[in-house]
Design a protein around this ligand. Sequence first.
Ligand code: NAD
Length: 355
Amino acid sequence: MEKYIAVIPGDGIGPDIIKEAVKTLDTVASIYGHTFRYNYLLAGGSSIDEYGIPLTEETLKEAKDSDSVLLGAVGGPKWDGMEGSKRPEKALLALRSGLGLYCNLRPALMYKALSSSSPLKSEVIGDGIDVMIVRELTGGIYFGEKKKAEDGSWASDLMKYSTAEIERISRKAFEAARKRRHKLTSVDKANVLETSRLWRKVVSKVAEDYPDVELSHLYVDNAAMQLVKNPGQFDVIVTENMFGDILSDEASMITGSIGMLSSASLGEGKGGMYEPIHGSAPDIAGKDIANPIATILSAASMLRYSFDLDTEAKAIEDAVEKVINGGVRTFDIAGKGEKYVGTEEMGKAIREAIK
Ligand code: NAD
């Protein structure tokens, strides 16, 4: 298979972690007989330095013309003083909307060997945590009509969903469940919200096309409780924009390390944008100490969701697990007094494990 990947290293630790992810993709390509061609693009602070804005039309076009996008992280103190529309993070929003990415996949994965970094008790964690949150990204209250009184006495945000918006995100979630343990929990607030009642109706209807996936429904307040009470009960969770924003942060917190968690944003068709959930970590940039695992796992997700290369994706994920279980650590996941390796060394250990 031959694929064109837009690579956006970004700022801070972005270039360091992206380097390891690309080398990992190259290892997979050579073992499984694929060709990945990379088109390196600027976005965020590096684009501001070069072109004066966080994302140029040409960069967006090149990203659109690629089969998929792999991104490091953007931002840093150098650009903190810039006005709203010129801030580095604007590049992310422009990429997501420009590429029509309405579905955000946020896996919260914790390996048993790292359970001591979770704020949860070991009996709650059980065999580890492996939940995938599918968040609707372009609808709901964040995008509904916004109003406020001239005199400041009231304000309102409209929560609105169309059947089509719910149906397309549901399909992505059912597809994701099919690639995992075939269980889907739809989270809503159908006892109170009209949008949630529509959500529940549409998800249940879409379920008829996926008889091999077990669907259940949960109210969002209960879901927030269940995530910390018994995270092992969940496989895939699908929910609307705001509930997903909150639940995905809760789920990533319980896994312990921000340097381990990947994310994928998908739209119509096979393209997507894959990036770690963490930021550009300027405090550790250029020191060869950042954990590259979140970005390497993002590359694995790209293989799975954009290229349908499940075996190759699993080879990377298994290699990460093997390296973690074998005791290799970057500083952020090392226990007190435990030895740790740098960014490059961690990447190398993962590539060796793939081989
Ligand atoms: P951050 O995620 O960059 O860092 C938070 C903490 O986690 C820091 O102590 C950092 O050293 C650590 N950390 C993050 N990634 C790590 C890794 N891979 N390995 C080891 N430790 C890691 O969040 P922040 O400090 O709030 O933001 C820094 C900059 O990143 C800001 O400019 C912010 O706007 C930007 N940001 C970008 C994105 C993105 O590009 N998607 C997301 C969040 C923040």
